[in-house]
Design a protein around this ligand. Structure first.
Ligand code: ATP
Length: 382
C-alpha cells in the first residue's frame, strides 16, 4: 500500500496549453480521493501522469516513497479503470480477469518453461484469486460468458474485477461509471465505496460529476483550468467553499449569487443587494469592510417558506418578500424560482408548502449559512 503525491506538477501540451499548473496534492495511503472539475480542467491529465501514460513537464510524482517520473507504467504497481473499459471480446469473463495475472505470474506465454509443480501452484493461486474477486463483485455466475453476453453494468464489474485481482498499490479510475444508466450508476457507486472499505487500496477517482465527488470521496480536489482550487472533505467544501467557483460547482440547485455592497447603519453592518439587506455579525471580517463590493451567496436549501416551521425563526432581519414565478415539484420538495424586484433567486421548499405561483410571500434566510465572496478576486471572505 502507498500514498500518492503530486509535487509541483505542471503539464504543458504544445507551446502553451497548461493542462495542469503547479499541482501540489498529497493523497494518503488507503485514501479515496476524487479529482473533480469541469471538462478540460486537467483531471485526466493529472491521472495519466500518475499512470505514466503522460510525462510531466515539471515536478515530481511520488508513489509511496518512490519518485516514479522515470518508472515505466508497468512497474508502477497501479491499476486503471476507464470509462471505455476494453475487455477482450474473444475471451470469457474468467480469462479476461485472469489474463493480466497469467502474464505477470506465469511470465506471459513462457509458463511452459517453469517447472510443472511451480506452474501448477501459480495456476491454482490465480484460480482462487479470480473466483474470490468474482464473488466480491457478484459476477461468479457469468465466468463462462463472453463480454457481448453481458449487460453494460456487468461488463463494468468485470473491468473492475480485472483491476482488483492484481491487488495494486494504487487504483486510478477515470469516469468509470459514465457509461452506465442512472440507476446502475448509483448502485455501482455504492459498490465501489464498499470495495474501497474492504480492500483499503489508495484510489484516485476522476469525475466531472459533483454528486459522485460528494458521495464517494473521503476528500475531493476541485480543479479549474489546471489549477487546484480547494482540497478537503466533501462536507467542508460544501460548507466552506474557498471561492465563488467552488461554491457554484458544488451543490444542486446551484448557490444563488447576488452582487452586493457592505454598508453600515446604526452600528450594524449589512450586506446590501439593493432590494434587501441582511445584517452581518460584528465579528464577521466583512463587517469592517464598509463600501466593499462583494458577492452574496445563498444556497437554495437555506431559504425557507416563512409560513412553515423550520429551524430558522423568521425575524425582520432574516425575512424577505418575494414573488413565486415558478414552482417545480420534485416529489419530496419544490424548487421555487423567486423574484425580488429585478433579482432572481432559487429556493428549495418543503412539499408541505401552500405557496402558489404568481403569489407574493415571505421567505426566511438562514443568516448563519450565507457566504460572501470578494467581488474582484472571488475568494471567500470569512
Ligand atoms: P474531460 O472531463 O473533458 O476529460 P479533463 O478535466 O480530464 O477533461 P484533460 O483531458 O486533462 O481535462 O485536458 C486538460 C487540457 O489539456 C484541455 O485543454 C485539453 O484540451 C488539453 N489536452 C489534453 N490532452 C492533450 C494532448 N494530448 N494534446 C494537446 N492538448 C491536450
Amino acid at each position: 500500500m502507498a500514498g500518492v503525491a503530486f509535487k509541483g506538477i505542471t503539464k504543458v501540451f504544445g507551446k502553451d496549453v497548461k493542462a495542469v499548473n503547479n499541482l501540489n496534492l498529497d493523497i494518503k495511503d488507503k485514501e479515496f480521493m476524487v479529482l473533480v472539475g469541469p471538462s478540460g480542467c486537467g483531471k485526466t491529465t493529472a491521472l495519466r501522469m500518475v499512470a505514466g501514460l503522460e510525462e510531466s513537464t515539471d515536478g515530481d510524482i511520488m508513489i509511496g516513497e518512490t519518485r516514479v517520473n522515470d518508472v515505466p507504467p508497468k512497474d508502477r504497481d497501479i491499476a486503471m479503470v476507464f470509462q471505455n473499459y476494453a475487455l477482450y471480446p474473444h475471451m470469457n469473463v474468467y480469462d479476461n480477469i485472469a489474463f493480466g495475472l497469467r502474464l505477470r505470474e506465469l511470465k506471459g506465454f513462457f509458463w511452459q518453461l517453469l517447472n510443472m509443480s511451480e506452474a501448477q501452484k501459480i495456476k491454482k493461486d490465480i484460480d482462487s484469486r479470480v473466483r474470490e474477486v468474482a464473488k466480491m463483485l457478484d459476477i461468479e455466475k457469468y465466468l463462462h460468458r463472453r463480454p457481448k453476453e453481458l449487460s453494460g453494468g456487468q461488463r463494468q464489474r468485470v473491468a473492475l474485477a480485472r483491476a482488483i485481482v492484481r491487488k495494486p498499490k494504487v487504483f486510478l479510475m477515470d469516469e468509470p461509471l459514465s457509461n452506465l444508466d442512472a440507476k446502475l450508476r448509483v448502485q455501482t457507486r455504492a459498490e465501489l465505496i464498499r470495495l474501497h472499505r474492504q480492500l483499503g487500496i489508495t484510489t484516485i477517482y476522476v469525475t466531472h460529476d459533483q454528486v459522485e465527488a460528494m458521495t464517494m470521496g473521503q476528500r475531493m480536489a476541485i480543479m479549474r483550468d489546471g489549477l487546484l482550487q480547494q482540497c478537503d472533505e466533501p462536507e467542508k467544501v460544501y460548507a466552506y467553499p474557498a471561492n465563488k467557483f467552488v461554491a457554484s460547482f458544488i451543490g444542486s440547485p446551484p448557490m444563488n449569487f447576488l452582487d452586493a455592497t457592505i454598508v453600515a447603519s446604526g452600528g450594524t453592518s449589512f450586506v446590501d443587494v439593493g432590494e434587501f439587506k441582511l445584517p452581518l455579525p460584528a465579528e464577521h471580517p466583512a463587517a469592517s469592510m464598509v463600501g466593499k463590493k462583494v458577492v452574496l451567496g445563498i444556497r437554495p436549501e437555506e431559504i425557507f417558506d416563512a409560513a412553515l416551521p423550520s429551524n430558522v425563526t423568521p425575524t425582520d432581519a432574516n425575512t424577505i418578500t418575494a414573488k413565486v414565478d415558478v414552482l417545480e415539484p420534485l416529489g419530496h420538495e419544490y424548487v421555487a424560482y423567486l423574484s425580488v424586484g429585478m433579482l432572481s433567486i432559487i429556493a428549495t421548499i418543503d412539499n408541505e408548502t401552500k405557496l402558489k405561483e404568481a403569489q407574493t410571500s415571505k421567505f426566511t434566510i438562514n443568516l448563519d449559512r450565507i457566504h460572501l465572496f470578494d467581488a474582484e478576486t472571488e475568494v471567500a471572505i470569512r
